[in-house]
Design a protein around this ligand. Structure first.
Ligand code: TZP
Ligand code: MG
Length: 217
């Protein structure tokens, strides 16, 4: 995969949209310049069954109209059903090798990691990119691991690993720079875009921060 895909990575499900239409929020985020989208339908009010599939298809179509890759969180069956561009799995999900076996060869597989050890394992398994976090405190994810801070990304880079990395967790326009300066290729956010009054402006600001940091490094 092209690491630029990770520049501004938007993750979202209906629960994150504060009652707004997820299709609208995604369209706005794309207008602001997001480079990758992950459909993460979680929580007590998460859509199930055919409703979840229908929303996934809708969001996938919006992404593809704008040439933004569409990734599904956790749900391998859904990814296969809607022809997603890839999946994102956590340490508690199906193991990498069995996921890889089930997906088309060109599928992107991202893995959540919290430590250098988990990162080393995901890289050895063949992950396409790592989502490292939580960078900062967040209330968006309930079963959150201890905050790692951007330094864990620096540790991974210091070991010589060049795999594409995105930082996630509590990232906003006042701390995104720090994550990028510690060696991340990009920033992954939920609420900084989904809960913003103007998601397109929020995405645009993150994109500008990314551009500024990466042009200076
Ligand atoms: N994984 C680690 S933290 C997190 C996920 C999915 C939540 C990120 O949400 P926010 O609103 O960007 O902090
Ligand atoms: Mg998961």
């Amino acid at each position: 995969m092209n690491r630029d895909m990770l520049n501004v990575y938007f993750v979202m499900g209906t629960e994150n949209c504060n009652g707004k239409d997820p299709s609208f929020v995604l369209q706005e985020a794309i207008r602001g310049g997001i480079t990758l989208f992950q459909f993460r339908e979680k929580g007590d009010t998460a859509l199930q069954g055919q409703e979840k599939v229908s929303l996934a298809i809708k969001l996938r179509d919006i992404c593809h109209q704008h040439k933004v890759p569409f990734i599904v969180n956790d749900d391998i069956n859904l990814a296969l059903e809607v022809n997603a561009d890839g999946v994102h799995i956590g340490q508690e999900d199906d193991d990498f090798i069995s996921v890889k076996r089930r997906l088309p060869a060109k599928s992107i597989i991202g893995v959540s990691c919290h430590t250098l050890e988990e990162a080393a394992k995901a890289i050895a398994d063949g992950a396409d990119y790592l989502g490292v976090g939580p960078m900062f405190f967040t209330t968006t994810k309930k079963d959150i691991h201890a905050v790692q801070g951007p330094k864990v990304i620096r540790e991974i880079r210091d070991k010589g690993y060049t795999i594409p990395i995105v930082g996630i967790g509590g990232i906003n326009n006042s701390n995104a720079r720090k994550v990028l300066e510690h060696g991340a290729d990009g920033i992954a956010v939920i609420s900084a875009i989904s809960m913003a009054t103007y998601p397109s402006n929020a995405a645009f600001e993150l994109k500008e921060i990314h551009k500024t940091v990466k042009n200076n490094s």
